[in-house]
Design a protein around this ligand. Structure first.
Ligand code: TRP
Length: 349
């Protein structure tokens, strides 16, 4: 892309924003979201959920999107979607997202936000869409053909961010091409029709990515993830089944010993200690002792979140109310923005 900023520039901008957030929380509107394809896990929690709650509690305007239309970018079914959506809401609430402060809503419930797709599509070229490395990687990983939606969902993501005039988007590195495209769309729209949209920046996580139990990327499809919604027993079982190696002495070596090191990283983040320190403590205890340590650390850390989760689960009317109220507010905001867009474009009749 002609205006593409390097990764370093995005990091620098992200660091500046991180420093400014506590000083001027009122200048920021955060928008981020998740695809409702399953339960949230420890990787989501440490990678993004915890950070969302911190922004919320700083007084930033916070918006969390359940990206239900993105489910069908690379799969042909919406099976379990309602259950997945409600469970996402439950996970959010259990982690401390407060619906009085944070708007929680779903794509499909906000028609005016989706309608921004039409003018926005006119602002990008086919070549720009074809170049997106994340779309390519998702297509390859899923084995799905390149549908019109898979090709253009980054534009849809620009609608997500810009309908509420979001200017900070907490994302992982893989989402940077989408943020870049959102910046391009906002800039082009403003140049052509007059200033409606803000400048958007990514807020990159400052905690390193938590690997799965086997050292690979934590992912439900690899069976190496611990969901927030698991019971302590299910957690113990999952940890027990994880692959380590034959060496008795426990050491932290992510390259050479991915299984042992994935377990150490999980224990470290949950106990607030370093991997090396835990490895030294376990020493010749072997993977049995390591697994017992990890299980204890994870279950202790998740205990209050799981207790809240269980409580919330008992009151599905409340869960539905939270989502309905978020959808209602999102519609208000989206309609106001769409009105501005139509006015800027002279489509006032
Ligand atoms: N694409 C994101 C993911 O797969 C989810 C998402 C949808 C999102 N719309 C967004 C993230 C807008 C940030 C901003 O995880």
């Amino acid at each position: 892309m002609p205006n593409e900023r390097s990764y370093e520039t995005a990091c620098k901008r992200s660091d500046e924003i991180r420093a400014d957030l506590p000083l001027h929380p009122e200048s920021y509107t955060m928008l981020t979201g998740d695809r409702p394809t399953g339960r949230l896990h420890l990787g989501h929690y440490f990678g993004t959920l915890k950070g969302r709650v911190e922004l919320q509690d700083l007084g930033v305007k916070t918006n969390v999107l359940i990206a239900d239309y993105q489910v069908i970018t690379d799969r042909d079914t919406t099976e379990h979607i309602q259950d997945n959506v409600y469970n996402l809401v439950i996970d959010y609430l259990a982690c401390g997202i407060d619906p009085a402060k944070t708007m929680i809503y779903a794509h499909s419930a906000v028609p005016a936000a989706n309608q921004l797709m039409l003018p926005f599509l006119s602002l990008v070229s086919e070549a720009e869409l074809q170049r997106n490395p994340t779309v390519k990687a998702e297509m390859e990983a899923s084995g799905h053909e390149l549908t019109g939606l898979l090709l253009t969902y980054p534009v849809h993501q620009a609608c997500d961010i810009l309908f509420c005039k979001g200017n900070v988007v907490p994302v992982g590195r893989d989402q940077l091409p989408h943020i870049e495209l959102t910046r391009l769309i906002a800039r082009k729209f403003n140049n052509r029709y007059g200033k409606v949209f803000p400048e958007v920046d990514a807020l990159l996580s400052d905690t390193p990515l938590l690997p799965g139990l086997d050292g690979r990327k934590m992912s439900k499809s690899y069976g190496n993830a611990i969901s927030l919604s698991m019971t302590p027993e299910e957690t113990a079982k999952r940890i027990k089944k994880s692959q380590t190696d034959g060496e008795r002495m426990i050491t932290f070596d992510p390259e050479g010993r991915p299984g042992v090191s994935g377990l150490l990283s999980t224990a470290a983040i949950c106990s607030g200690r370093s991997e090396a320190e835990i490895a030294e403590e376990i020493g010749m205890g072997g993977s049995g002792a390591l697994k017992a340590f990890v299980t204890e650390a994870v279950n202790t850390y998740l205990e209050p979140i799981r207790a809240r989760r269980q409580e919330i689960e008992q009151d599905m009317d409340y869960v539905k109310d939270v989502l309905n109220e978020g959808n209602r507010r999102a519609n208000e905001i989206a309609e106001a923005t769409l009105c501005e867009v139509r006015e800027a474009m002279g489509m006032v009749y």
